[in-house]
Design a protein around this ligand. Sequence first.
Ligand code: SF4
Ligand code: SF4
Length: 365
Amino acid sequence: MRGVAEITALVKEAAAEAGFDLAGVAPVRAFSELEHFSEWIAAGRAGEMKYMEARDEAGHLKRASMRSAAPWARSVVVCAINYNTAEAYSTEVQDPERGWISRYAWSREDYHEAVMRRLRVVEGKLLNACRQRGQDAPATAGGTPALQTRCYVDTGPIVERVYAKYAGIGWIGKNTCILNQKLGSWLFLGVILTSLELEPDLPAPDRCGSCTRCIDACPTDALIAPYQLDSNKCISYLTIEKRGVISEEMREGMGRQVFGCDICQDVCPWNRKAPATTAPEFQPREGLVNPALAWLAEMKAEEFGTKFRGSPLRRTKLSGLRRNAVIAMGNSGDQRFREPLRKLSEDEDALVAEHARWAARKLNS
Ligand code: SF4
Ligand code: SF4
């Protein structure tokens, strides 16, 4: 039977072979960050993201512990893959006719699928190695297999970045993103929960030091303190998760961000030398880097359906994307948008029309 160290090494080797840039193991514990997550939810910082607040039958937040979703889990294998590309950062592009879609959403293939495919390869090798060595013992009296695994990419009841920290992938920066000393923060994470007690890694040390660039650069003051994000103020939340009307007081700060926001990552010194990925799936789709605002604002359902098939942009739906684009037109200061905004103010989509009227007033002011 293989030792814990040997199986752990095999998992990391399998992750590298599957194309992951980093892999580590975190133990399952009641980490203090998970307690902070509960406090963050209680303070209403998750906005309308009700899925974050899902609770088990005993009333515990599902994301704050494995006790209900995977009580058998003893270790979490965290795999990370770089999605940075050679394109400029949002803070480097100035054309007022164009907006910004968050870097993670440019990819040709949906990252959930691209990461899950690799994760399944790692999981398969882990299971095979254990079976061959007799570690997949017969089912327990309760019928539960002795060796269990489960994979998640962004959709599980788990706060991935906390486990990423304890798996040594990186530290949680003051901008609340996972940061790796060599790769920066452009990382997709995938996790494999397992009932195996693998050899845990050490958490990565916090290297933010006295830097506050992300906090200073955030246009909406969403980083209310180091390591604390108020989603209600965050442009990523407003442009992707917020349904319906965006309050007028938040619109100006959104600038020309139309889907997500990269500003607090773009200014981070650890991203200055972040290498570009070679993964073909994460190369940008045509037109998504610094996209033309008028194109997005006037987009029809058919084009939205074909252009964004298998893309994270579908999450905001056509109406939400057009809403965001007209806000950006209002913030652009570009008088060439006057006429398009006048027409959009009468759009059959009432949400788009209302935001276009605000944008037209903003341009005229
Ligand atoms: S994503 Fe944008 S709005 Fe949100 S915290 Fe970062 S800089 Fe601020
Ligand atoms: S910008 Fe500075 S404070 Fe913010 S995450 Fe990067 S290193 Fe940390």
